[in-house]
Design a binder for this molecule. Structure first.
Ligand code: SAM
Length: 207
């Protein structure tokens, strides 16, 4: 089922980075969804994971991973741990993954799951990812898996020169835009709208 997910949903839509495809082939997605939804784990869609949250569609996970241009030495921040699936995909590609989840129960269950499955280069924190993780910054790449009204300035600050961030930007319960933020070697920022997407909102008390 994983092979067919990669061939039919991911490669067919144009993701062709071999390392990303291998990561999508290796991570057991069915172990990241509630037991009652396991039979749907390899469907071409997001799935509920409780607390009103979702695990993203496989293609979106692969696409957002590919566009970050990661390598074995990268240090990555994820905002929105959810099930831990995206973090697991990242972990097989990079040196270290830091991931922040605002719902304590999800942070705890993802942390337990990632340890049990022996993804050992991931640190999970319960907190508001809008503010990033200053103690672990700077990051080579940042991936935000919930939709923000704007690109959080603390995340721009915590991105290394030459780094990339992928983030859905737009209001809750409407189509948002997937935005690629590039910080060049001198620290200048450029942004590109990549495609329309629908994500759950980035919550928290930020304005
Ligand atoms: N990446 C996840 C996965 O692989 O399962 C899917 C993430 S789900 C689409 C978005 C997650 O972002 C939810 O678990 C939600 O609780 C979390 N979230 C929302 N606002 C947040 C914030 N301010 N800081 C950290 N996490 C947040």
């Amino acid at each position: 089922m994983r092979k067919s997910m990669v061939d039919q949903q991911i490669k067919r839509r144009g993701v062709n980075d071999r390392d990303v495809l291998d990561a999508m082939l290796s991570v057991p997605r069915h172990l990241f969804v509630p037991e009652k939804s396991m039979y749907r784990a390899y469907n071409d869609s997001p799935l509920p994971i409780g607390y009103g949250q979702t695990i993203s569609q496989p293609y979106i996970v692969a696409y957002m991973t590919e566009i970050l241009n990661l390598d074995k030495d990268s240090v990555v921040l994820e905002v929105g741990t959810g099930s831990g699936y995206q973090a697991a995909i990242l972990s097989v590609l990079v040196k270290k993954v830091y991931t922040i989840e605002i719902i304590p129960e999800l942070a705890a269950s993802a942390s337990e799951r990632l340890q049990r499955l022996e993804y050992n280069n991931i640190e999970v924190k319960n907190g508001d990812g809008y503010y990033g993780w200053p103690e672990r910054a700077p990051f080579d790449a940042i991936i935000v898996t919930a939709a923000a009204g704007h690109v959080p300035p603390p995340l721009i600050e915590q991105l290394k020169n030459g780094g990339r961030m992928i983030i859905p930007v737009g209001g809750a319960f409407m189509t948002q835009s997937l935005v690629l933020v590039i910080k060049d070697e001198t620290g200048n920022i450029t942004t590109q709208n990549i495609m329309p997407v629908i994500f759950v909102p980035l919550t928290g008390d930020h304005k």
